[in-house]
Ligand binder design. Sequence first.
Ligand SMILES: *[C@@H]1O[C@H](CO)[C@@H](O)[C@H](O)[C@H]1NC(C)=O
Ligand SMILES: *[C@@H]1O[C@H](CO)[C@@H](O)[C@H](O)[C@H]1NC(C)=O
Length: 342
Amino acid sequence: MASMIKFQCICLAVLFALGAMTNQAMSRRLPDASISEKHKQWMARYGRVYKDQEEERQRLKIFKDNVEYIESSNRAANKPYKLGVNEFADLTNEEFKLRNKFKSHSRLSTTRSSFKYENVADVPPIMDWRMEGAVTPVKNQEQCGCCWAFSAVASMEGIVQLKTGNLISLSEQELVDCDTNGGDHGCNGGLMDNAFKFIKQNQGLTTEANYPYQGTQGSCNTSAAANPAATITGYEDVPANNETALLMAVANQPVSVAIDAGGSDFQFYSSGVFTGACGTNLDHGVTAVGYGVDINDGTNYWLVKNSWGTGWGEEGYIRMQRYIDAPEGLCGIAMEASYPTA
Ligand SMILES: *[C@@H]1O[C@H](CO)[C@@H](O)[C@H](O)[C@H]1NC(C)=O
Ligand SMILES: *[C@@H]1O[C@H](CO)[C@@H](O)[C@H](O)[C@H]1NC(C)=O
């Protein structure tokens, strides 16, 4: 019973950073550059073009405020994570959140689904599904609010690899274009559980190569969709607000999770174990692909694959603090977790 929350997802501007230097390298290279030179270099790096001088002046001011915020946050002694001047650096946090149009509906049903990992005894102390070959390279949803499709596909890629031994990159675009009758809305939001239902009904999903990502919604290519490369038998919801239950699931396969990704520190997250601040206004779908303990300070974390390219976070991933006082988990990570079955 998916609660009917739609994750329109924070969109990304087009990433022109392939092979570009890291944020850290960029700031090292520019120790004395004035803020407007920094902004110009940043614009070139991310291919940002403003419509006129006035807009450039406004964006420069926002960029400056953000750089100051990032630098002061990075000096704060009590923050174990670092922020970086990434491609969201000319957006106010309000604008960043607006990309993330949250739609909430009342719960369809309050019945609990079965949870096959309920009584798992053997949970390893650390897990990284990348090391097991169950995670494809980080993808980029760009300016389309379809994180729900990326989240669902990543957890499906995981279970398919675990069942068949084959890691196959699967098509988010098929979900964006074709999964339109079950409550999902392409670039305007959707739910991972609805995506799993569609995939089951459609008898699978085709490959990324056969139905490549476009970053916009188009009409369904039925011939590509009629050529599935892998399938699932359904999905289960992880019992809500229970990080122990989530651990049991993630110990066994990559799991789709919803989080509140609207905060400034999430916007500029660059490295380390993220400890907030964030709320529980779920607006983004991502995939938990492991968990561990930070070697420097012993903080427990979830390893989370995002869909904002490799320029954000730790090469596209974020480590989020695990086992906080609130049962919802950090940024609500334990509220709406689910996984496909195969
Ligand atoms: C539909 O997908 C097939 C690949 O299966 C491709 O050859 C064809 O060009 C696509 N059609 C459209 C209209 O994009
Ligand atoms: C959390 O989940 C675990 C594993 O399913 C279960 O044993 C435990 O009772 C749950 N805790 C609560 C408070 O529901």
